[in-house]
Design a protein around this ligand. Structure first.
Ligand code: URA
Length: 244
């Protein structure tokens, strides 16, 4: 029990399903809540991972479990948690009971799939350059790239931060490409296309590793299913899915 650090007890209890924060304050006030065996008072804070919180003598499931959301980001939304310029962020499109963070980023003018989670370990593994997780994009460019340009995109393009790794590039239709990369450099797809003389007009991320969903409308988010989370973890080398 600590009055300076940790989360407010009523917040932790509310998340664990004991009603609204106000209702939880009443439980605390009534002396029905203990922290590590001591009767709690209003103002107490707890570390939900390590403290033993009981309500009427029964252990409360306080540790926040991991949540995973998939959002179809529309144009004009920024991939930050807090935007100093007050622009709408990806967080405003996800209705999560706990604080989540975007996994990687999409440019403001890029559309498509982005994952948000409170699972720091998975975020780290996905965004680490060594993860090699495939990201697939549907790209509309200016003009119609010739076979030579497609070959360059596939083999590697020299950008200011070095040569890009081999990519899968297919021409879908006139001026439309499907590009699969497994690096995550800043504005990579835009820079690759510009480097071969075709600026990006529209960029949509359609897949993150094993995760895709063509039915998710722009601006809509949903939780990943258990099997999607498992496949995502497997794809970055976590074989045994463990939830906190
Ligand atoms: N590549 C880009 O150029 N922009 C993105 O948002 C994602 C990949």
């Amino acid at each position: 029990m600590n009055d300076g650090v940790g989360e407010r007890l009523q917040k932790v209890l509310a998340r664990a399903g004991f009603g609204s924060r106000r209702a939880c304050e009443l439980l605390i006030d009534a002396g029905r809540v203990t922290i590590d065996g001591e009767v709690a008072i209003l103002g107490n804070r707890v570390d939900p991972e390590s403290c033993e919180v009981k309500v009427d003598g029964i252990l409360a499931p306080t540790a926040p479990s991991s949540v995973y959301f998939l959002l179809n980001k529309p144009l004009g939304i920024v991939t930050t948690v807090d935007d100093p310029q007050g622009r709408p962020t990806v967080l405003s499109l996800v209705n999560s009971p706990v604080r989540v963070f975007p996994v990687g980023r999409l440019d403001m003018n890029t559309e498509g799939l982005i994952i948000l989670t409170n699972d720091g370990r998975l975020t780290h593994l996905i965004t680490h350059p060594s993860s090699g997780l495939e990201k697939e994009y549907l790209v509309r460019v200016t003009g119609d790239p010739a076979p030579g340009s497609l070959r360059k995109l596939r083999d590697g393009v020299l950008l200011e931060d070095g040569l890009t790794a081999p990519a899968q590039v297919t021409r879908v239709s006139d001026g439309v490409l499907r590009i699969v990369i497994h690096e995550g450099r800043n504005r990579q797809v835009r820079r690759m296309c510009s480097a071969v003389g075709h600026d990006v007009v529209r960029l949509v991320r359609t897949r993150i590793g094993p995760i895709h969903d063509a039915t998710l409308a722009p601006g809509v988010s949903r939780q990943l299913s258990l099997s999607e989370v498992r496949r995502l973890m497997e794809s970055v080398g976590i074989s045994n899915m463990t939830t906190k």
